[in-house]
Each structure stands twice: as C-alpha cells, then as structure tokens.
Design a protein around this ligand. Structure first.
Ligand code: EPU
Length: 428
C-alpha cells in the first residue's frame, strides 16, 4: 500500500487534463445492465471505483472489456445474481445496481453501500421511489432485497433533492409500464449524462436537468456508444490547486458552466480566472486572497464535493472565512488534518471557520475520504517542507492519475510504500 509524498512550495505551470466524470461513470456502468446487448462507454476515468463496478458486472454474467478509456459491456448473458456481500460494499455507488437490476430483472439483492465516510447517508428516497414503482423491499442482514411482479410508472415526489435517488429511480422507471414523473428531482449535470445514455439506448426521458423528469417506460433497451462528460469536481480540484500555486495553469476538457459557482468564489477571492470554450486559465498573483463565505447547495449551487479543497485554499485568505455544508453537515474530517499542518480552523455545527493567512507546514496527515484527500494534497502543495498523505485508497477511488497529472504541471509529488508501522495502522 502507498502514501503520497508532496514537497510543497513549487510553482505550477502548464496544461492539466480533466478526465470523464466519476459520478457519471459510476451510474453509466450499472445502466449498461438495462441493454439487451453491447454498450460502449468512452472517456472513462482511470479510477478504482470503475474497476470495482466492472468486476461486479462480471459477477452477474456480463462480459466487460476495457481498452484505453473505453469500456464495452455485453449484458446479453447477465442474470439476477444476488450480491449481498463482497465488492458491492466497497463503493457507495453500488446502489445504482438496485435500480438497474430491478429495471432489467424485476429483482435484486444488493449489500448496503460502503464508500466514503461523510456521516449518515440514508437511501430512503431511493427506496420510496422503488416502492412507488411497485417493488417490495426488505432489509435482511445488511442487504436490500427488491422484488416486483411488474414495475408500473408512478408520480414520485422526492422529499430530499438527491442525485442518487433521482438516477436510481430513472434506471428502474425506464423499464416500468407507463409514465413516471419524478418531482423535486436533482439537476446535476451527471443526471443529464445518464439520461443521455438511456435515451441512446431507446428510453423516453424528458426534463433531465430540471426538477421534473418525465419517463415513458419502454419494453426493451438496446446497446449504444456514449462519451462521458468531463468531471466538474476534478476540474474544480485542479482550479483550487492552480489558484494555490499556479503561474498560469490551463485546465483542459472542462465545461465552464459546470464550475460557475467555484469560478465566482475564486474571483471573489481575487484569483484570476479566464474562461474559454472547454478550457480555463487560472493564475495566482502572489497576493493574499480575500476572505469569503461559502455555503454548499444542490446544483447549480456550490458543490459539497469542493468545499474541502476550497477550505485548504482559504487558509491563505486574509481574515476569517466560513464554509457551511448544508448537504453533508459532518463532512469536516479534513479539518483536524489541516490543523496538524498549522491551519487555524475550527468546526462549529455544520460550518468550518478559517482564520488566515497562515504558513502551512508539511506533516503526516490522513485522507479520511476522497475529497478530504484532495484538500490535503492542495494543502501539501502550499506547505513548507514535505507532507505525507496516507489513506490514498480513498483518493484512488475518484481521481484518475492524480500524481502524474500534477507532476505534469510542475508539482513535486510521488508515491511511496507505507512503512511497517503505517501498514499496521491501516489493518487495525
Ligand atoms: N439523502 C437522504 N435520503 C436519500 C438520499 C439522500 O436523506 O435517500 C440526503 C443525503 O444524506 C444528503 C443529501 O440528501 O444530505 C444529498 O445526497 P445525494 O443523494 O444527492 O448524494 P449521493 O447521490 O449519495 C452524490 C455523489 C457525492 C456527492 C453528492 C452531492 C455519487 C456516487 N456521489 O452522492 O459524491 O457528494 O451526490 O449531492 O454520485 C464524491 O464524489 O466525493 C461524493 C461523495
């Protein structure tokens, strides 16, 4: 097992490439189950979540081939194999197997999802949607059992705006009899991406990207080829890294509209952001940043996934900044680690309060979840001396070739084997 080593203080310059969106990929791969033949997905990020999902499709009889960044899934021989344990618990997004298998086989058994530890992450809205479509659902020994005689379209109002529930209900409803309406649906770009794939497979979906999605069920879905949208959270992470240490960093393969909320906040901090068609140029003038307040909201508001990376940047802002997370109110495990590096931050309720500017010092820190890992890498790029980040498996779940990409713009970052003491800490 590895850790990341970062020697801080290096200026960053050049072009950094954004990969396909993780949070699309983890829904698009299960969506392939719904086709009666072959689906090819292009622009896949090279991340361990993609690997795990591909193996899960193989477990249920699929043939999966990865060539470069294209994944081809042949679903013709798939069966409704129960997946109560094992790989399915390694990633949160395995909940999309529920919607996809329910849609295709009218039954599924899926172990309750694992993944990043961000505090409580209920799936009650997913279950409410499946039940409305006619499924009977039980929870037996940590696995969800879903069965339906037939799926029938329904009107479903989401009590909480949820990306996962919106996509999962879409996956089941495209094969239900008649019309489904999802009200108070989430509007994230990844939802439009999944709807685009399903439409190419023959599904009838209107309104994806708005808060009312209408689906007319069809009897059969066929194969197709689909290219994933750029990862707005990876792009946002690179924007924060470039803002921290960049002398003109060009971020390539980004949809600027998808990162508008971050662009606005960076500009408010005094960072220069230039926008092209699918590129953005970020420069740090060397002056201290202006303090800002940020509140995370559902899309198109400021994303919860970028509040942690932004917090690292705010340690360099002049004065007191406040970051409030309204989506995951306990997503603050990065704060203790940033404090080890000398940051002056405290958590109050669902907010972190950051006093700056401070000079960060390299330290041994631990990534407790994916975006906490990104925050620590950004802090490491800014710190004096060397920062060691353990918990790299979280970062590998969601960032494609992060070390290589950052090295490409001048960062001093490398992987190193964990020593025996650190390995023992991982096992216990
Ligand atoms: N919620 C409920 N009930 C539900 C579902 C959600 O109460 O049935 C609550 C959650 O607890 C949370 C809010 O609704 O407070 C929003 O959760 P959502 O369902 O939108 O989250 P998710 O679909 O589980 C996805 C991303 C997360 C990202 C959130 C932002 C995937 C696989 N994951 O999670 O990504 O933070 O949307 O809403 O798409 C990450 O990439 O690091 C990551 C954690």
């Amino acid at each position: 097992m590895d850790k990341l080593m970062i020697e801080g203080g290096q200026r960053l310059k050049g072009t950094i490439q954004v990969s396909g969106a993780k949070n699309s990929a983890v829904a698009l791969i299960p969506a392939a189950i719904l086709a009666k033949d072959t689906v090819t997905i292009d622009q896949l990020p090279n991340i361990s979540d993609v690997q795990t999902l591909s193996e899960l499709l193989e477990e249920i009889g699929g043939t999966v081939q990865l060539e470069g960044d294209a994944l081809t899934v042949d679903s013709s021989q798939m069966v409704s194999m129960p997946l109560p344990n094992g790989r399915v618990k390694k990633l949160r997004a395995s909940y999309y197997l529920m919607g996809a298998m329910l849609g295709r086989f009218k039954k599924a058994v899926i172990g309750l999802p694992g993944g990043c530890n961000l505090g409580p992450r209920p799936i009650d809205q997913h279950i409410k949607g499946f039940e409305a479509l006619g499924a009977e659902i039980t929870n037996e020994q940590g696995a969800i059992y879903l069965r339906a005689e037939e799926l029938v379209g329904a009107r479903i109002y989401l009590d909480v705006v949820s990306v996962g529930a919106t996509i999962n209900i879409m996956l089941a409803a495209v094969r239900a009899k008649g019309k489904t309406v999802i009200e108070n649906a989430a509007k994230e770009p990844e939802i439009i991406d999944v709807a685009t794939l399903l439409t190419s497979m023959g599904a009838k979906i209107k309104g994806a990207g708005t808060d009312v999605i209408r689906i007319e069920g069809v009897q059969e879905l066929h194969g197709c080829r689909h290219s994933i949208i750029p990862d707005r959270i990876e792009a946002g992470t690179f924007m924060a890294a470039a803002a921290a240490m960049g002398d003109q960093v060009l971020i390539d393969n980004v949809i600027p509209q998808h990162v508008e909320s971050l662009t606005a906040k960076l500009r408010e901090m005094g960072i220069q952001v230039e926008i092209g068609d699918d590129q953005m140029m970020i420069s740090n003038s060397g002056d201290p940043f202006k303090k800002i307040d940020v509140k995370t909201l559902v899309y198109p508001g400021f994303p919860t996934d970028l509040q942690q990376p932004l917090t690292s940047l705010l340690t360099q802002a002049d004065g007191t900044s406040m970051v409030t997370d309204t989506i995951y109110t306990s997503r603050f495990k990065h704060v203790d680690e940033l404090r080890r590096m000398g940051a002056d931050i405290k958590v109050e309720g669902s907010s972190s309060i950051i006093h700056g500017p401070v000079t960060l010092q390299g330290a041994r820190v631990r990534a407790t979840d994916l975006r906490a890992g990104a925050a620590l890498v950004i802090a490491g790029l800014m710190a004096d001396g060397v920062t060691e980040v353990t918990g790299v498996e979280h970062i590998d779940r969601g960032y494609s070739l992060l070390v290589e990409k950052l090295k490409g713009i001048g960062a001093k970052i490398w992987r190193k084997d964990l020593d025996t003491r650190e390995q023992e800490q991982v096992i216990t």
